[in-house]
Ligand binder design. Structure first.
Ligand code: OAD
Length: 246
């Protein structure tokens, strides 16, 4: 892949970079995305699976779906895109990952500074007393229960719920203070998460999109690279290392 000098110069001078990621970065790890041709929300209804009232109505069904997703995630590994982002930590003063993904793959790839806007499938908590349960859960009654009798749910953000405040604030701060803001593998249609692209742009950050196709926010990007994140991001790392060595 060829990158123009303006882009490489911009990148080599940057100190703080942010990677705002979505389901597309994990697609090459075998985890399905939500929208697009084979997207999860084409086959299943979010209002029945990613919704608190649906959980209270039918916790067993919602848990079956999350356990199915957890299995896919546990069987998968970080891909070249996740590793390229982790490698960037050696090339910049500050690299922050702000992800909408709940799959933990950025952490498994070695990224250190991560804000998780939509939670993490490895954590769970009681809907009544909010106690956290991060180990194996007991499904012998069909649905795991807390010692207080409340239902235990996955610590993921469902439709209609607030984002974890500390994670969103951390993401927003990183966005407005970034020199370069990469938008990788997200359709950027789910708010408030997608609002971070606008915050970064307003604050004067240089916006770079990596996606297999155009998205709603392509028009506001300073640079767009169309291709798989697992191919484009390692190429950027390679080009940058060459530039720094020269
Ligand atoms: P989407 O499924 O909406 O979008 C995935 C994006 O990744 C699309 O723009 C694809 O073109 C792109 N893509 C697919 N494969 C790719 C690849 N190999 N390399 C680069 N790009 C690729 O997923 P999100 O934008 O993450 O929320 O969805 C946002 C939120 O909607 C999710 O966090 C989830 C969902 O409902 C909650 O569960 C709260």
């Amino acid at each position: 892949m060829n990158f123009d000098e303006t882009f490489l110069n911009k990148l080599s001078k940057a100190k703080k970079i942010v990677f705002f990621t979505g389901a597309g970065i994990s697609a090459e790890s075998g985890i399905p995305t939500f929208r697009g041709k084979d997207g999860i929300w084409n086959k299943l209804k979010p209002e029945e699976l990613a919704n608190f009232n649906a959980f209270m109505r039918n916790p067993k069904m919602v848990w079956e779906w999350y356990n199915h997703r957890k299995k896919i995630i546990h069987d998968s590994k970080p891909n070249a895109g996740h590793f390229a982002i982790a490698d960037m930590q050696d090339l910049f003063d500050e690299v922050t990952v702000v992800t909408q993904n709940i799959d933990n793959l950025h952490r498994r790839a070695g990224s250190k500074n991560i804000f998780e806007l939509h939670g993490n499938i490895e954590r769970n908590y009681c809907v009544r007393c909010k106690t956290f349960y991060n180990g194996e859960l007991d499904f012998s009654d069909g649905v795991p229960k807390c010692n207080c009798g409340g239902l235990i749910r996955p610590d993921v953000v469902w439709f209609g719920e607030y984002l974890p405040e500390d994670q969103f604030e951390g993401g927003e701060n990183s966005a407005v203070n970034s020199d370069i803001f990469f938008v990788v593998g997200t359709s950027a249609v789910v708010y408030p998460a997608a609002g971070l692209v606008h915050s970064a742009k307003r604050a004067g950050s240089y916006i770079v999109e990596v996606n297999i196709e155009e998205t709603e926010i392509s028009v506001m990007c300073d640079k767009s690279f169309y291709g798989e994140a697992g191919k484009v991001l390692p190429e950027i790392v390679k080009a940058l290392k060459n530039k720094i060595i020269k």
